[in-house]
Design a protein around this ligand. Structure first.
Ligand code: NAG
Length: 163
């Protein structure tokens, strides 16, 4: 009886994922739950790898991420919300959002972006809100947001739209 009880108890401690051996990855220092990954204020220098591919919301604010690279988001094809405010992002590699056709909201405010080009934003077909305030953008070309359906672009007050 004692052995049987011990075995049952052990099985109860195992999560269903452990039982089938496919524990979804969660980046070190982050919290992962119900299609959400929280990695705010964790001193991250890069967008983490090993984010569960089904993730819809990812919080990466208040870190020291310095760039967004093409490879960073290619495995995440279901993102709806991407929060990168208050980092040190100065560069966005063209094509970084190529696979982000489902992204609705993108927060890039409070970074060091000084140049924004159409190729950086290419792929953001569903984007509704783009936060850009608190960057070093002083000039935008009028076609930068061409092809996007962004309803709200929150930029710095002194931004000049070049025509
Ligand atoms: C930005 O993030 C740092 C941590 O990296 C934090 O200490 C600071 O309070 C944040 N600033 C704002 C304006 O949220």
């Amino acid at each position: 009886m004692a052995v049987g009880f011990g075995l049952l108890f052990s099985l109860l401690l195992l999560s269903p994922h452990t039982l089938v051996g496919v524990s979804p990855p969660c980046p070190a220092g982050c919290r992962c739950y119900s299609l959400t990954v929280e990695c705010g204020s964790t001193d991250l220098r890069d967008i983490p790898r090993l984010v569960p591919p089904s993730t819809q919301t990812i919080f990466l604010q208040d870190n020291v991420i310095s760039q967004i690279r093409r490879v960073d988001l290619t495995l995440l094809k279901h993102l709806h919300y991407l929060y990168l405010q208050n980092n040190s992002i100065s560069g966005v590699e063209p094509g970084s959002f190529h696979d982000q056709s489902q992204l609705l909201e993108l927060a890039l405010n409070g970074n060091r972006i000084h140049l924004l080009t159409p190729s950086m934003l290419q792929g953001l077909e569903q984007l509704r809100i783009l936060y850009l305030s608190g960057n070093d953008i002083t000039r935008l070309l009028d076609y930068t947001f061409k092809g996007l359906q962004v309803k709200h672009i929150r930029t710095h007050r002194s931004l000049h739209l070049a025509t």
